[in-house]
Design a protein around this ligand. Structure first.
Ligand SMILES: [Zn+2]
Ligand SMILES: [Zn+2]
Length: 227
């Protein structure tokens, strides 16, 4: 007659004792003695009862594994780790024992608190321009689309306005735009940035004088769109 060894405490089970299998153990056939089963029910399985969502699951898993490692050693830890792996799959299965949804695009578990998938950006709610199917098709084909998208390069130029007159250097701006435009660049963004007054004061410029920097960002297409 086969003798069973408890997967947690390592004790051999007595002839009349039955082994407690806590989960489908992928053919490993491990199980627990009655004492460890009671421990398991209270400190492991019981802790998962109210868990709702993958984030909470991970937190419980971490805390339970810590506790089991301290109280039951490596063998118990390995058993419980496999149990959590099994439960995570089950909860995310969408089946009878499923507890939470799966993102239809990236297949990550959906946390009930999230409206947007933190992994792929899929919007779980129904307010969409595209239908759910269109969106999934688009998201699944996005790497292909990236290769078809145009590519750009960018360049930043900074024009410092006259500290004395405080005026925009119109001529310099005009010249710079023309030079870049003839080289295939177009102005993408222009912004002004007031230079630090302490620096100016330290440089001997009056504290009332403001010097602006005009930041120009140029864009140039380096690969056109493919259809
Ligand atoms: Zn045991
Ligand atoms: Zn996703």
């Amino acid at each position: 007659m086969a003798k069973y060894v408890c997967a947690m405490c390592g004790n051999t089970l007595g002839m009349m004792e039955s082994i407690n299998r806590e989960f489908q153990d992928d053919g490993k056939g491990r199980g627990l003695c009655l004492k460890c089963h009671q421990y398991f029910t209270k400190n492991v399985a019981g802790r998962l009862e109210a868990v709702n969502g993958p984030r909470e699951f991970k937190m419980v898993q971490e805390s339970v594994l810590d506790q089991v490692k301290t109280e039951k050693g490596t063998a118990g830890y390995e058993y419980v780790k496999d149990f959590f792996k099994y439960k995570e799959k089950e909860f995310a299965s969408g089946g009878e024992n499923g507890r939470w949804e799966i993102c239809p695009v990236c297949r990550d578990a959906r946390d009930p608190q999230d409206d947007v998938c933190p992994t792929c950006g899929y919007l779980y709610s129904d307010r969409k321009v595209l239908s759910r199917e269109d969106y999934i098709r688009a998201a699944e084909g996005r790497y292909e689309q990236y290769q078809k998208n145009p590519l750009y390069e960018y360049k930043v130029e900074i024009i410092v306005d006259s500290a004395l007159t405080g005026t925009v250097r119109k001529e310099e701006l005009q010249r710079m735009l023309s030079v870049y435009a003839m080289d295939g660049w177009r102005l993408h963004t222009a912004l002004t940035n007031e230079a630090g007054k302490t620096v100016l004061a330290a440089a001997g410029v009056g504290a009332n004088a403001t010097v602006d920097q005009t930041v120009l960002i140029f864009e140039r297409c380096i690969k056109s769109r493919e259809n």
